[in-house]
Design a binder for this molecule. Structure first.
Ligand SMILES: [Zn+2]
Length: 320
């Protein structure tokens, strides 16, 4: 009985949230991500030609161009008047966050933000391997955000979605801090942030197709994601506060600036990826099937959070 009511409610919701020209069913969202395309994007971003995507270099800007072309090809609009770039200085060099928009800018619109950092460590002095490819860190997260954005852009939701690829994460969350302050100043009504950083390998052999989120206990986000999927995609990593990961990625400036739920989704636990911040963080180290499975689960879950207007809210008093 309960199940039937749920199905009817779900049906009504889909009817309201999708307009007639775009009648894509919820079934189409399930398993919408194809592994060939995921492989293609992540291989491109982690390739030697981008020389480790260091902010302020020509090769970082080439990576920016690649991401902008992807957004353009998939009809995801720039957030700022015909321009995807949010320009700032990283270590006194000009660099860019890339910011796209799903939905229409209207007064009083609510927004969510999906993000990942595009930058990495650049080149090394190692004469055998001179590029920090950052395949896991964070070509994996950028690929996930691009794939999720492409699918979500086929649907209509009450809330707008900001797609943000950050610069200067490795230099101290500089890009995300810049964008958080800018959006705050512009009066953007941001409700919550999901950032993806390093989903390249499973946390352990027994934890395939699972992620943790930083700040698990700070909001109802983990439990709401799991509810949308009827399974535990997001598990509680009990060492997260020991490592302080909540403060180590691009979710944190948004938490600090907006006082909203803001989390990083990851699989990296300092134990499952010895290539972390080494030049052999390369595509061949990654479990691409697992990455694609996670992207699929996240696409479906975020779709349902938005289509069903699920309220993501803080459950803990802000202290830091
Ligand atoms: Zn890193």
């Amino acid at each position: 009985m309960k199940k039937n009511i749920l199905i009817i409610l779900l049906g009504i919701n889909i009817f309201i949230s999708c307009n007639s020209t775009k009648s894509i069913s919820i079934k189409d969202v399930e398993n919408s991500q194809n592994i060939e395309e995921t492989t293609k994007i992540i291989t491109e971003l982690a390739s030697d030609k981008y020389e480790g995507r260091y902010p302020g270099t020509k090769t970082y800007d080439d990576a920016v161009n690649f991401v902008e072309s992807f957004l353009k090809e998939n009809n995801i609009k720039p957030f700022y008047n015909n321009c995807y770039k949010d320009t700032l200085l990283v270590n006194n060099k000009v660099s860019y966050n890339i910011v796209g928009l799903i939905g229409k800018k209207r007064k009083n619109k609510e927004y969510i933000l999906l993000g990942a950092h595009l930058d990495h460590l650049g080149k090394s002095r190692n004469r055998f391997d001179s590029v920090y490819n950052g395949a896991n860190d964070n070509a994996s997260g950028v690929t996930a955000i691009l794939q999720i954005a492409k699918e979500l852009n086929k649907h209509k939701f009450k809330q707008n979605i900001i797609i943000a690829l950050f610069t200067g994460e490795e230099e101290g969350l500089i890009g995300s801090e810049h964008l958080a302050k800018r959006l705050k100043k512009e009066g953007i009504k941001l409700k919550y942030v999901l950032n993806i950083d390093m989903i390249g390998t499973p946390p352990s052999t027994t934890l395939k197709n699972k992620v943790y989120i930083t700040g698990y206990k700070k909001s109802n986000c983990a439990s709401e994601i799991n509810k949308t999927l009827n399974k535990e995609l997001v598990y509680f990593w009990k060492e997260e506060s020991f490592f302080g990961v909540f403060y180590m990625s691009d979710n944190y400036p948004f938490y600090k600036t907006f006082k909203i739920p803001s989390h990083t989704i990851s699989t990296f636990n300092f134990d499952n990826y010895k290539q972390f911040h080494k030049t052999d963080d390369e595509i061949k180290q990654l479990d691409i099937q697992n990455i694609n499975d996670i992207i699929n689960s996240l696409t479906f879950s975020i779709y349902k959070l938005l289509a069903n207007n699920i309220d993501i809210k803080n459950t803990q008093v802000q202290n830091k």
